[in-house]
Design a protein around this ligand. Structure first.
Ligand SMILES: CC(C)(COP(=O)(O)OP(=O)(O)OC[C@H]1O[C@@H](n2cnc3c(N)ncnc32)[C@H](O)[C@@H]1OP(=O)(O)O)[C@@H](O)C(=O)NCCC(=O)NCCS
Length: 213
């Protein structure tokens, strides 16, 4: 993909085992296939927008449209960076970093998922650490937030390992049921104190204006 018009296609974040980048159409097809193959135990919906409660074909299409939608709707004051996560050249999931009015608030949010076959091997921690590095070291964030259902121990544990502090609860309706989300917040000092994953960011300077920085 030509990075001249949309320099975010030149952004790369690497960790010892992972590469995170904006997916071109080929990687997006791969990401859609990973979503189609399954993202979580069907008995438990981890998302507030229940996009996975659909057929494999619909999950694939939702994934495809989600990423392209983030590009179509991008604005320096309201952006969602939706990155494909690759290991050994294969797409295994998605890691998002988003913000509204980032130059003013200096706060961003994360969201993520991995194909079910890739859970429980530390990738979730590594990919979150990757975008935290982009946010704090690359973009000068003051804080990054996350939220997970109270019955999502894997996501909560990833946040705990990376130093997030409890930030209250949100009760919301998902699929007609009341669900409780645990909000979490990581400030710069706690991020610094809990950094264990080496991360490198390449190609950020040509996209800074897109982040409003
Ligand atoms: C959340 C997610 C990205 C985490 O990725 P992952 O690669 O499985 O996470 P990691 O392996 O890095 O870490 C998971 C941690 O949770 C722990 N964990 C997992 N399941 C657990 C359980 N049932 N009870 C207690 N701890 C659990 C693991 O032991 C590990 O902690 P440790 O390193 O201290 O042993 C992945 O599980 C996922 O995609 N889930 C479905 C989608 C989702 O929930 N997205 C987040 C929505 S908020």
């Amino acid at each position: 993909m030509d990075a001249h018009v949309w320099p975010l296609y030149g952004l790369r974040i690497t960790t010892p085992r992972l590469e995170l980048r904006l997916p071109d159409l080929q990687a997006l097809e791969e990401l859609a296939a990973v979503a189609a193959a399954g993202v979580h135990d069907e008995a438990r919906m981890p998302f507030t927008v229940p996009w996975t409660a659909a057929s494999p074909r619909e999950r694939a299409r939702a994934t495809f449209q989600h990423v392209l939608g983030t590009l179509a709707e991008w604005h320096p004051h309201r952006w969602k960076l939706s990155l494909a996560v690759l290991t050994g050249g294969r797409v295994i999931g998605r890691q998002d970093l988003s913000a509204d009015d980032f130059p003013v608030t200096r706060e961003a949010q994360t969201g993520s998922w991995l194909g079910l076959a890739h859970h429980g091997r530390g990738f979730g921690t590594e990919m979150r650490a990757a975008v935290l590095h982009l946010a704090f070291a690359g973009l000068g964030a003051h804080s990054v937030t996350s939220a997970a259902m109270t019955d999502n121990p894997a996501s909560l544990r990833v946040s705990e390992k990376l130093g997030y502090a409890p930030d209250g609860l949100t009760v919301t309706a998902v699929q007609g049921r009341s669900r409780t989300l645990r909000r979490l917040r990581l400030d710069r000092a706690a991020w610094t104190a809990h950094r264990t994953v080496p991360v490198e960011v390449h190609g950020l300077d040509t996209c800074r204006d897109l982040f409003g920085r």
